[in-house]
Design a protein around this ligand. Structure first.
Ligand SMILES: Cc1cc2nc3c(=O)[nH]c(=O)nc-3n(C[C@H](O)[C@H](O)[C@H](O)COP(=O)(O)OP(=O)(O)OC[C@H]3O[C@@H](n4cnc5c(N)ncnc54)[C@H](O)[C@@H]3O)c2cc1C
Length: 354
């Protein structure tokens, strides 16, 4: 734990692998910029790895005023002990007030380990972060400008706002795609501060001999059109309909968690709270009930078309267009119309009237 430091910076852990930044730190820098400006403090990126200095320019262009660079050959591969030690040493030395991590495989491992070592709090999977005041309901103590860590709780039934007034730094993880990434500002520069790395013994308990990474099979975040299927599709074979509609529209295939759990589609395709957060131009969901955890990942799509047999399905509450009907009849009619040259809107109108 560090003392409460109101002049402390806002930090973003700049996760990288093999010299490639993931998108989530750039998204977090966009949000971090807002938070730092409200607090009137610098925004810093924490870059740990080996031969990663070239990434400093990208981090500065995405809003970092400072980049703390911890470079060493032993940091080539992420390892819990070594990365935790470096991040904790940095926190102890510079006393930031806020530390943000991506809720990636690495972030979900590193952030709680750092929080535990620093004896401070951590809110996982935040869906929003704001700066705001807090009055303790019991002591009536009023504390200004805390990090409000906002996330669904109790199975998504309430939205909780969590504050950490006394045990700093205030730490949170955010899933990829939740925060919007602003456009890089060409020519923007930041100051790089080299941080010495002195790791030995228990900081390096394992040697990584080889690492292999499986690329994601689908880029849901980049898709302009997503056709998603849920448990209502009925089987992996029937899911072919979802693929066919996506293919004819040049879109990507998404799925609800139920569809993934039932084996209709692979986990890479899952949309929602524990899947990918998407904002395509068009999201077509078929046989998806619209549980809050699914909606959390798709409700900011520009246009949503829902196809569901149940007119009371919650998905219709967020859909711009809805077809109440059996997807096994509606989707083939849509595909047939599009194949015969109809526009998507005519195909939807035709399919809903039939
Ligand atoms: C911590 C936590 C995290 C979660 N994360 C996610 C997540 O990331 N993503 C996610 O999706 N879920 C997530 N869930 C699960 C979520 O709560 C729901 O269980 C899930 O979204 C339901 O999937 P579904 O809508 O496909 O299935 P169901 O709820 O079973 O709905 C199926 C729908 O299909 C309709 N239907 C049935 N037959 C047809 C037909 N022939 N034609 C048209 N419609 C038909 C039904 O009317 C129904 O509305 C999470 C849950 C928890 C607790």
């Amino acid at each position: 734990m560090i003392e409460v430091n109101r002049k402390g910076e806002v930090w973003v852990f700049a996760e990288q692998e093999a010299g490639h930044l993931s998108e989530v730190p750039l998204e977090l820098l966009s949000k971090g910029r807002e938070l730092a400006d409200q607090l009137g403090v610098p925004l810093a990126a924490v870059l740990v790895g080996s031969k990663v200095r070239p990434l400093c320019a990208t981090l500065a262009q995405h809003g970092a005023d400072l980049i703390y660079l911890a470079e060493d050959g032993v940091l080539t591969h992420y390892q819990t002990a070594s990365y935790t030690r470096v991040v904790c040493d940095l926190i102890t030395a510079y006393k930031p007030q806020i530390c943000l991590f991506g809720a990636t495989a690495i972030g979900r491992d590193l952030a709680p380990t750092v929080a535990s070592a620093m004896k401070c709090g951590l809110t996982a999977d935040c869906t929003d972060l704001q700066i705001g005041d807090h009055t303790d309901p019991q002591t009536k103590e009023h504390i200004a400008k805390l990090l409000l860590q906002i996330r669904p709780a109790f199975g998504g039934n309430i939205i909780a706002t969590i504050v950490n007034p006394h045990r700093w730094p205030q730490m949170a993880t955010v899933r990829e795609g939740v925060m919007r990434m602003t456009v890089a500002e060409a020519g923007r520069t930041g100051k790089t501060i080299k941080f010495p790395v002195n790791l030995a013994g228990l900081d390096l308990p394992t040697e990584v001999v080889e690492s292999q990474r499986r690329a994601k099979k689908v880029n849901l975040k980049g898709a302009r059109i997503i056709v998603a299927g849920g448990a209502g599709v009925g089987s992996r074979d029937a899911f072919r309909l979802i693929w066919d509609l996506a293919n004819i529209l040049g879109g990507a295939v998404g799925g609800s968690r139920a569809a993934v759990d039932l084996g209709y589609v692979d986990h890479d395709h899952q949309v929602g709270q524990t899947g990918t957060t998407v904002r395509p131009a068009l999201y077509i969901c078929c046989g998806v009930s619209g549980a809050v955890q699914h909606r959390a990942g798709m409700q900011e799509s520009a246009k949503i078309l829902a196809i569901n047999i149940d007119k009371d399905a919650p998905i219709f509450g967020v859909a711009h267009y809805g077809i109440v009907g059996d997807l096994n009849e509606v989707i083939p009619r849509m595909i047939k119309s599009i194949r015969s040259g109809a526009s998507l809107s005519d195909a939807v109108t035709g399919a809903s009237k039939a």
